[in-house]
Design a protein around this ligand. Structure first.
Ligand SMILES: Cc1cc2nc3c(=O)[nH]c(=O)nc-3n(C[C@H](O)[C@H](O)[C@H](O)COP(=O)(O)OP(=O)(O)OC[C@H]3O[C@@H](n4cnc5c(N)ncnc54)[C@H](O)[C@@H]3O)c2cc1C
Length: 417
């Protein structure tokens, strides 16, 4: 197809697109970076007329082939910024390409903050929402569960304004992996600004397991990395301060503190604004799989994972990250109507880690695990339908909004086509 066949807003793509960690590439036919919703509408209409597929890239922090297209690749980086805050209703509205860290200052100035956060803050908000990006703590849903309104440019070029008055549509759109259309704007439920005390320490496996229920129930955030070997911590930049790390747990506990507790930067016990506590620093040196088992089955699944990983060293050298997430209503959310224990492991880039990851998949499948849409998984259509009670409804809605499947790609079509 000649370059002039598509609007002047798009250009024939140059260099192939690559995700952050470098395990996914794509050579789109066209690429565009719209600056407004009107431009998105024009691009989607032209792509639809010509039967070209469309996928949006966020910050490229997914490990799965969720962005790839040989059609039109959209980059919404220019559609960025918090456009409204409402302290009374505790809401914040942002353009789709707003990075998570772009929320910090505008919300804090309005006396607000994101309810919870994951390990990094460089994702586009629409990209993070598309895959149910989460932090830790059963009192909090993923970011998808916090979405209260979205504007989506659908395959017909219409703008769908989805809010709480249409709960089914909202719950379908909250976790859509980009399959319902191009999200241009989102309103999130947020919370009052809060400060956190962070406690970090190396614990024995048995101590964590014995106190599991208490750790999960008592703290705002409890998460840990179990380190199968002495080398494991350094792979995720976890500092053991010279202590032995093999077969120990790097435990992170965050609790809210009042204004009487001053900020502090004492090693292992920091106090600061929430958004300065949450983010970690990762190198692009791992390919991650993350599965979600029902919350109460967490300890049993973790014991089984530890046995498997010790038996599979050295390929299982990356830390086992463990978190919890509260239930939500999003149809494709791993937390759909079910709080979860989150279990993640990684393989080393450049090695054949697939057999190891398949053994993790097989083990966690027995616990009814649902995968993270942005992290490596082995989901089939049969498993999808067994695990997600609203998968049929999502597929029916997707077909209604996008009969030609222009927002599907080779990864998503076998699951949702
Ligand atoms: C180092 C690292 C740490 C991470 N930590 C966490 C964590 O703590 N918790 C967690 O849950 N996940 C985590 N992730 C995974 C990450 O949050 C998700 O994969 C997230 O989706 C990435 O957001 P992104 O902006 O990079 O989107 P991308 O990966 O670029 O895209 C993700 C999906 O969103 C779609 N999309 C993006 N923008 C739009 C739009 N405007 N309209 C429609 N669809 C759109 C894309 O098409 C794609 O399907 C981590 C990933 C990395 C690499």
């Amino acid at each position: 197809m000649a370059a002039t066949d598509l609007t002047e807003l798009a250009s024939p793509a140059g260099a192939p697109w690559t995700n952050w960690v470098g395990n996914q590439t794509s050579t789109p036919g066209y690429a565009a970076a719209p600056r407004s919703e009107e431009e998105v509408v024009a691009l989607v209409r032209q792509a639809a007329e010509r039967g070209i597929g469309v996928r949006v890239a966020g910050a490229g922090h997914s490990f799965t082939p969720v962005v790839q297209t040989d059609g039109l690749h959209l980059d919404l980086s220019a559609m960025r910024g918090v456009v409204a805050t409402d302290p009374g209703r505790r809401r914040a509205t942002a353009l789709a390409g707003t990075r998570i860290h772009d929320f910090y200052e505008p919300l804090w100035e309005a006396g607000l903050a994101l309810r919870n956060q994951g390990d990094i803050d460089t994702q586009h908000v629409a990209g993070a929402v598309a895959t149910s990006t989460h932090g830790s703590g059963t009192r909090f849903t993923s970011l998808s569960g916090a979405v209260r309104r979205m504007r989506i440019v659908t395959a017909s070029g219409e703008v769908l304004d989805v809010g709480e008055d249409r709960p089914d549509l909202l719950h379908a759109a909250q976790t859509s992996v980009g399959m319902l259309g191009v999200v241009t704007q989102l309103e999130l439920a947020v919370t009052e600004a809060y400060r956190l005390q962070q406690q970090v320490g190396l614990w024995s496996w048995d101590d964590v397991m014995e106190q599991w229920d208490d750790l999960v129930a008592t703290h705002r955030h409890f998460g840990m990395f179990w380190l199968p070997s002495e080398e494991s911590g350094a792979l995720y930049n976890l500092d053991g301060h010279g202590e032995p790390m093999a077969d120990r747990c790097y435990v992170k506990i965050y609790d809210e503190v009042g204004p009487d507790v001053p900020d502090s930067d004492v090693e292992g016990r920091r106090v600061d604004r929430c958004y300065r506590i949450f983010p970690m620093v990762y190198d692009a040196n791992f390919h991650e799989l993350e599965y979600f088992v029902p919350l109460e089955r967490g300890p049993e699944a973790l014991q089984a994972m530890r046995r498997l990983m010790l038996a599979r060293l050295p390929e299982s050298v990356y830390p086992l990250e463990v978190r919890t997430v509260g239930a939500d209503e999003a149809w494709l959310s791993p937390q759909h109507r079910q709080a979860t224990t989150v279990i993640s492991v990684s393989g080393a880039p450049g090695t054949d880690y697939w057999d190891y990851l398949r053994s993790v998949d097989a083990l966690l499948a027995d616990f009814g695990a649902r995968p993270h849409w942005g992290k490596l998984h082995f989901l089939t259509r049969d498993r999808l339908h067994a695990l997600y009670p609203r998968a049929d409804d999502f597929t029916a809605l997707r077909r209604e909004l996008d009969p030609a499947g222009m927002f599907l790609n080779d990864h998503l079509r076998p699951l949702f086509g």
